[in-house]
Design a protein around this ligand. Sequence first.
Ligand code: FES
Ligand code: FE2
Length: 426
Amino acid sequence: MLSAKDNETLTRVGPGTPMGNLLRRFWMPALLESEVPTPDCDPVRLRLLCEDLVAFRDTNGRVAILDANCPHRLASLYFGRNEECGIRCVYHGWKFDADGNCVDMPSEPDETSYKDKVKIASYPTVIRGGVVWVYMGPPEFAAEPPDFEWSRLPERQRTATKRIQQNNWAQAVEGGIDSSHISFLHNKTDKQTSELTDLPRNPYHGKDRHPVFEVEESDCGLLIAARRNAGPDEYYWRVTQFLLPFYTMIPPVGQERDSSTAPYDGHAWVPIDDHTTWTWSFSANPHREYNDKEYAFRGGPNGMWGPIDENFMPVRNRENDYQIDRARQRNFNFTGIDGIPNQDAAVQESMGTIVNRQREHLGTSDRAIVNFRRLMLRLANELEAGRAPETAKNSAVYNVRSASVIAPHGVPFREAAMNLTKGADK
Ligand code: FES
Ligand SMILES: [Fe+2]
């Protein structure tokens, strides 16, 4: 459980809130590059950390992210004209460049210098790995974006997708680092016979349903190791990375003894506001290109993170009970809901958009969740006291992988997974 005050601190991300201030010290995925594909393309509506924004790619190819509301009389720049290196408000024609300068104010007399005094909030962006990243914190503290291995792989070796989730970001992260739920929520029933599963699976999740957790702080966040029995004298370890402030890397699931040749997946849960979240899904195959089928499966709108509509809303969602099928629940899978992300969304959204953590009864399998909350609250409180998070200043610490490995009893997971958790050098 968590006190009401700590729950507020953990979950609220608007401007000026402690957690909002903390998250703003980190670069965040904002858009798929394909949403702003060409110079002078259509503007895109965007909301992040409770701020309404507009994005556009200017004539020089630079992606701009500005406050959505024109500083004149607050009309939305989403309706603006993206022309000649700036966006022009359609109400009275004021025009702003990617740095937020007002470069034209045709509704005022020529001789006035008023336009030189007017600015609109603008946030720096970079494009990496097919994703537009944004930094929304104080400009003087902007560092390098995180050096994720996937973000510098060639296009055919990585994917990025996103979908809307209708609950608070921290609740989504807690689902992502909760390795024990895969034995239940994502499991198939004993009666399942011939249908193919979504993903390769190994036998240990079903056989050992109460993993033992070991959680350690790392340079980038937390290392969360879940240990399951894998025979008389071996353990199967899954090592999930939690990376500040809202990323996870999921251990590969396969039949091999370790994940040294496997692709891996990850998420970012980026707050749209306190009640809505972008669930980003990434994947990386550092070892080879994905074939067409794998690429579509991991990156396509109807692949493993879909199906979604043109606004990134899952087709199976809260409004239609995720299309739960009770017959399939009896005979096929644990939930009767198709698709791992829909199963996650069903339980996480069902808790309420901001779960009341005072009512919980946490068990030993919730250790990672407890550690996550402690870490985030500590960092938010430290920042309030004037101490900025070191991780935000050090992009290199993000060059890591998740891992899975079978190791003899007595070998610590750090040792067994040491080489597996490093990303390739640049
Ligand atoms: S409201 Fe934008 S120019 Fe007047
Ligand atoms: Fe899950």
